[in-house]
Design a binder for this molecule. Structure first.
Ligand SMILES: Cc1ncc(COP(=O)(O)O)c(C=O)c1O
Length: 393
């Protein structure tokens, strides 16, 4: 049998953690709906007791994800936010968290509105693209560092290896939200991060038909963290169902081909918009692959492709933003990202609505900002759609 860890990512995306079903020979992991499993005697079973603790279909996708992220173990959750909440549940009351000031709105709400009230967590927000600012914000009482890169929606690029070093220096747990890149483009654990989380609703699932979340824990994470997260998942009951685990497992098999096409399309569109900013009436075009984009050199160092997300600052205020959203056809006006179909959305009124306006503006999530999630359709058709919507002169 081929040693899996000698195989390339594309092969492991299809095979890691999976064997043909020993009972039937089915080449696809069966969906085991059972919530409970027969016990062979007291303390004796065939690996399963009750599906909240472990389910064979979920375990298969968890093993596959652990392999792809280079983690010791991975856990599959019903949403990205329940994955995030379970990581925070593993901290003690009163813990000090230093977090990126440019985070997905739902994580911001969890960190700033929910956990301080329910667990007395103290949260310091800082710009993680400024490594010196992060080093100045931590001390020996800091318990956890939390960031995402590229960040949602402004595509800030954080130097993952440097943040991992800062976390190790103050013995804090480091958490990287890897949703925008996926393990195909970026593997933070290989760069020294303790915990990777995903909204698997996005690229990992890839078809806008599934809500899911992932936590992957490094073998070098602080002692006991892996077991603690496992315990917290079981204690809070936040587990991905067997049918959804099967859907996620199937989606991951095409992650590399989808991501290659996402990246090709997005860079073609970003370059086109960047070259025609005046005609499109744009103040800025942000895409980590553009050579003049802030953080481009760091992105090139730690990512093998620049992803599918482009953000634009549109000239002409909110009225023009609304006109553009209305006139897109192939780009559907909808929240979320990472699906095979292209989406366009307005973070200030949707995904980041829960962030107070002054904080939003300070983080660059201004009213004139539009976010594109570039799908895997034909790039020429997508450009024609944007041309129609922006009415370039
Ligand atoms: C970067 C990021 N993290 C986490 C989440 C939350 O994930 P979910 O919607 O699956 O709960 C999202 C959702 O958009 C996201 O964009």
């Amino acid at each position: 049998m081929t040693k899996l860890n000698q195989l390339r990512f594309e092969t492991r995306a299809i095979h890691a953690g999976q064997e043909p079903d020993p009972l039937t020979g089915a080449v696809v992991t069966p969906i085991v709906h059972a919530s409970t499993f027969v016990q062979d005697g007291i303390g004796k079973n065939r690996g399963y007791l009750y599906a909240r603790s472990a389910n064979p279909t979920r375990l298969t996708v968890e093993r596959c994800l652990a392999d792809l992220e280079g983690a010791e173990m991975a856990f599959a959750f019903p949403t990205g936010l329940s994955a995030a909440a379970t990581i925070l549940e593993a901290l003690d009351a009163g813990a000090h968290i230093v977090a990126h000031d440019d985070l997905y709105g739902g994580i911001y709400r969890l960190l700033n509105d929910v956990r301080p009230r329910s667990a007395g967590h103290k949260v310091t927000l800082v710009d993680f693209t400024d490594v010196d600012a992060v080093a100045a914000a931590v001390d020996d009482k800091t318990d956890l560092l939390w960031f995402e890169t590229p960040s949602n929606p402004t595509l800030g690029i954080v130097d993952i290896a440097k943040i991992a070093q800062i976390a190790k220096g103050c013995r804090a747990i480091s958490v990287c939200d890897n949703t925008f890149a996926s393990p195909y483009l970026q593997r933070p654990i290989e760069l020294g991060i303790d915990v990777v989380m995903h909204s698997a609703t996005k690229f990992l699932s890839g078809h806008s038909d599934l809500l899911a979340g992932v936590v992957a824990v490094s073998a070098t994470a602080p002692d006991g963290l892996c077991e603690r997260i496992k315990l917290m998942q079981n204690a809070t009951g936040a587990v991905l169902s067997a049918p959804d685990s099967s859907l996620l497992l199937r989606s991951i098999k095409t992650l590399p081909v989808r991501m290659d096409r996402h990246c090709q399309n997005a860079s073609q569109i970003a370059e086109h918009l960047r070259e025609n900013m005046d005609a499109y009436g744009l103040a800025t075009v942000r895409y980590p692959g553009l050579p003049d984009n802030p953080g481009h050199a760091i992105a090139a160092k730690q990512m093998s492709g620049f992803g599918a997300i482009i953000t634009l600052n549109v000239l002409g205020g909110l009225n023009r933003v609304e006109q553009v959203l209305k006139h897109c056809d192939l780009f559907h006006f909808a929240v979320s990202l990472g699906g095979v179909e292209s989406l366009i959305q307005h973070p200030a009124s949707l995904t980041h609505k829960t962030v107070p306006k002054d904080k939003r503006d300070a983080a660059g999530v201004t009213d004139d900002l539009i976010r594109l999630s570039v799908g895997i359709e034909d790039a020429g058709d997508l450009i024609a759609d944007l041309q129609r919507a922006f009415h370039p002169v």
